[in-house]
Design a binder for this molecule. Structure first.
Ligand SMILES: *Cc1c(COP(=O)(O)O)cnc(C)c1O
Length: 358
């Protein structure tokens, strides 16, 4: 089914073999319809059933009642950056943002197109190698406060999110369903699908009804949160195969259970961080241990020769996707839900072998 490679890419990311298998079967024919999932009508009964099941599963996995709406938004993470600001801010309104990494900073830039932005904390000056210290004095009269729960490029993660006064909105693109979490803490949360939840170009957004009520009415429907809710995420030709793949992921996540997934994720991260902390040739990017991400582990090598040696060894062992983002360099190993403990052990064994030979 898959290529047999171990894929540590940050996104689009590895999907579980079972999910790929079912997706492939649906490409051939979806449920005796005589049609491929790639041909399935977006307003037909089959697709409406797909949407309905995703909504149920998201609420079940997040332990949410009917106070929340679940939608699938076109365009991925950045589309939600823009929609959030457009749906809640005029030029006189202020939203709070926490500048904890590349994506957080990009969300801020999008926010500034539509309103005033108050940055409650930033770790930019230390190249985002820790979570920012927060100044919460501005945490009143904010239309919302935006947080990025996992910083994909720098490898930090909020394992505990502080309590805020303002409506809390979270970008969970790279850690949704990776750990147990109190989702009722959020007025809205969203995730681009291509990390823990499927394929690119589509994003999940969950919005509390009373927060939705506060969004603007007179926006073009394709950019309006209320319109997505009203039209059941089918405003125009929906991303049928993308949303179906997300459904397969949701079923897979439910099958494993988030508690078991979390346990595996912690084990995978511990294996890798232990190797880094005990290494003389690799340096972890995030030193504050409580801020380290279980999803993206970033590190550099002592010199270019070691860096190249690890890349070569990985290539020889069919391990791909470990190069760091251009803004950090070095390595980034993404340990999303689909990555097995065995795959991480294989990588750690290679790093240990390299270490022994230096
Ligand atoms: C990948 C990512 C995004 C961007 O998603 P796109 O779908 O490429 O726009 C946004 N936020 C976070 C935290 C991400 O990891």
């Amino acid at each position: 089914m898959s290529t047999g490679k171990i894929n540590f890419n940050a996104g689009p990311a590895a999907l579980p073999p079972e999910v790929l298998q079912e997706a492939a079967a649906a490409v051939r024919e979806y449920k005796n319809t005589g049609l491929s999932i790639l041909e399935l009508p977006h307003r037909g009964a089959e697709f409406l059933a797909i949407i309905a099941e995703t909504k149920l599963l998201v609420k079940e996995l997040c332990n949410l009642n009917d106070d929340y709406e679940v939608v699938w938004v076109h365009g991925g993470g950045r589309m939600v950056f823009a929609m959030l600001a457009m749906n809640y801010l005029t030029h006189n309104d202020t939203a709070g943002y926490i500048d904890s990494g590349h994506w957080a900073a990009e969300a801020i830039d999008y926010g500034r197109h539509y309103g005033q932005v108050s940055v409650l904390g930033s770790s930019r000056t230390t190249n985002y190698n820790q979570l920012p210290k927060l100044d919460l004095s501005a945490d009143n009269n904010l239309k919302y406060l935006h947080i990025t729960t996992n910083n994909t490029i720098y490898g930090t993660q909020y394992h505990h999110v502080p309590a805020f006064k303002s409506p809390l909105v979270a970008d969970m693109s790279s850690d949704i369903f990776s750990c147990q979490r109190d989702y009722t803490q959020y007025d809205m949360f969203y995730a681009a699908a291509q990390k823990n939840l499927g394929t690119p170009g589509v994003a999940l957004a969950v919005i509390k009804k009373d927060f939705l009520e506060k969004s603007f009415d007179n926006l073009p429907p394709i950019l309006s949160l209320k319109a997505y809710v009203k039209e059941n995420s089918v405003l125009n030709t929906a991303n049928v195969s993308g949303i179906y793949t997300a459904l397969l992921m949701l079923r897979w996540i439910k099958g494993k259970g988030i508690a078991a997934i979390e346990k595996d994720n912690q084990l995978k991260a511990t294996l890798l961080y232990d190797a880094l902390d005990n290494s003389k040739i690799f340096i972890p990017h995030v030193v504050v241990k409580e801020h380290r991400s279980d999803m993206n582990v970033c590190f550099t090598a002592l010199d270019k020769n070691i860096e190249q040696a690890l890349l070569t060894l990985c290539a020889e062992n069919d391990i791909i996707g470990i190069s760091g983002h251009r803004s950090v360099g070095g390595f980034r190993v993404s340990l999303y839900n689909a990555i097995t403990v065995e795959s991480v052990k294989k990588l750690v064994a290679i790093m240990t072998e390299l270490e022994a030979g230096v």
